[in-house]
Ligand binder design. Structure first.
Ligand code: ASP
Ligand code: MG
Length: 422
């Protein structure tokens, strides 16, 4: 049986018609290797940002349904253009949007999850020898409503399609050469990793390494889809392979350092120390589809019998969170105020090798102390330690940690682009 390779090209790779011609060549090369090829593409260049900006010009809080109607158009342009480019180079190609295929999602606008992908149309067209080009990022509900998967969601579309088709591999082509030990715009001598486990990648993606949409890694892990992140522009470079931790020999405590600059911290002060308070707060947030990251409840104060509950969210959800908490304040009998701080960042170190290796946390804290960086919150998982710090300290923290854990390369990474905003 012929193997199926799923290829995904991000916005930078299809930013103009010349780049689309190059993408067509890469697609055709895989076809010439004797494989069936399914391609998933994002919107061209900064199209999605531009669409978001226009929406915000018209309304401070546009409805989710109309945002999805709007944003899903970006990918519609790139699939048609890429299919044309492939055809112009003499190969049979056909483009489909999510509605045509049946990429079924939850009925949640702007960040829906994929529930099921119908494969009949895909299999039929592959059998007919066609290269299939699919719009990433978008989906459709049972009753025909258009949804999107959240910013950066095309990666997830590609992996979910690879899983549904039982593909040999999913190649994510992008403008970087692979997964680095940290953002090379912050640390120019960051190293490119040849391999990383799903588990580590997942933690790094959640910690703010913007290489892959976190849900794409989850989906790859769940379905055991080997995932390769590689450069659209340097194709001889094999990039980074992401695979199961069981298939790797890990001898480094820390694989990478990441900073998430788009977090906000909320503190609900003086809530009664009794059962059900946390449940009420976080159920109300969950109902609004707000994901919460770090959570800390202070040790109960004996005299007043109250706690403070602090947590972090994506700063994009800040307004919604404050509104939700304001309506809840009375119900949970909170006596204090609700404090908000969006000048914070989460800095994390990640590595499967830190399991059973004492001293990793203390090295992190010591390094931050030497830099005179104050830690505002700490959270850990088996393979990650995160510290909340002031946003203005984030890059300094990343540089120092990257050095302490020996992640530097002797080469300077070839990466263009501006430093992420602080
Ligand atoms: N076009 C969408 C975005 O810019 C999806 C993607 O690129 O993955 O977020
Ligand atoms: Mg992307």
């Amino acid at each position: 049986m012929r193997k199926i390779i799923v290829q995904k090209f991000g916005g930078t790779s299809v930013a103009d018609t010349n780049k689309i011609k190059n993408v067509a060549k890469t697609v055709i090369r895989e076809k010439q290797n004797g494989n069936d090829v399914v391609v998933v593409v994002s919107a061209m260049g900064h199209t999605t940002d531009y669409l978001v900006k226009m929406a915000k010009d018209l309304s401070p809080d546009p409805s989710g349904r109309e945002m999805d109607m709007l944003l899903s158009t970006g990918e519609g342009v790139s699939i048609a253009l890429l299919a044309m480019a492939i055809q112009a180079q003499g190969y049979d190609a056909v483009s489909f949007n999510a509605m045509q295929i049946g990429i079924l999602t939850e009925n949640i606008h702007t960040k829906a999850r994929i529930l099921k992908i119908k494969t009949d149309k895909l299999k039929e067209n592959l059998k007919a020898g066609k290269i299939i080009v699919i719009a990433g990022f978008q989906g459709v509900t049972d009753d025909g409503e258009i949804t999107t998967l959240g910013r950066g969601g095309s990666d997830t579309s590609a992996v979910a399609i690879a899983a549904a088709l039982n593909a040999e591999r999913c190649d994510i082509y992008t403008d970087v050469e692979g997964v680095y030990t940290t953002d090379p715009r912050v640390v120019p001598n960051a190293s490119k990793l040849d391999e990383i486990s799903y588990e580590e990648m997942l933690e790094l993606a959640h910690a703010g390494a913007n290489v892959l949409h976190p849900r794409s890694v989850e989906t790859a892990k769940l379905n055991n889809v080997p995932l390769r992140v590689r450069s659209s522009f340097k194709q001889d470079n094999l990039g980074t392979l992401i695979l199961g931790v069981d298939k790797m020999e890990i001898n480094r405590p820390v694989a990478g350092v990441a900073a998430d600059l788009s977090q906000a911290r909320i503190v609900v002060c003086d809530v009664p120390d009794k059962p059900g308070v946390a449940a009420k707060i976080f159920s109300a947030l969950a109902k609004e589809n707000i994901s919460v990251d770090m959570i800390i409840q202070s040790y109960a104060r004996k005299v007043s019998n109250t706690n403070d509950i602090a947590f972090t969210i994506d700063s994009a959800d800040l307004d919604k969170t404050v509104k939700t908490l304001d309506t809840l304040k009375h119900d949970i009998d909170a006596h204090g105020d609700i404090q908000i701080d969006d000048k914070i960042a989460k800095v994390s170190i990640v590595g499967a090798g830190m399991i059973d290796r004492p001293g990793v946390a203390s090295s992190m804290f010591e390094t931050l102390a030497q830099q005179n960086i104050n830690i505002r919150m700490i959270s850990t998982s088996e393979i990650k330690i995160s510290c909340l710090v002031d946003k203005s300290d984030a890059h300094r923290a990343v540089k120092a940690l990257h050095k302490v854990f020996g992640l530097e390369s002797t080469e300077i990474a070839d990466v263009k682009g501006d430093l992420p905003d602080v």
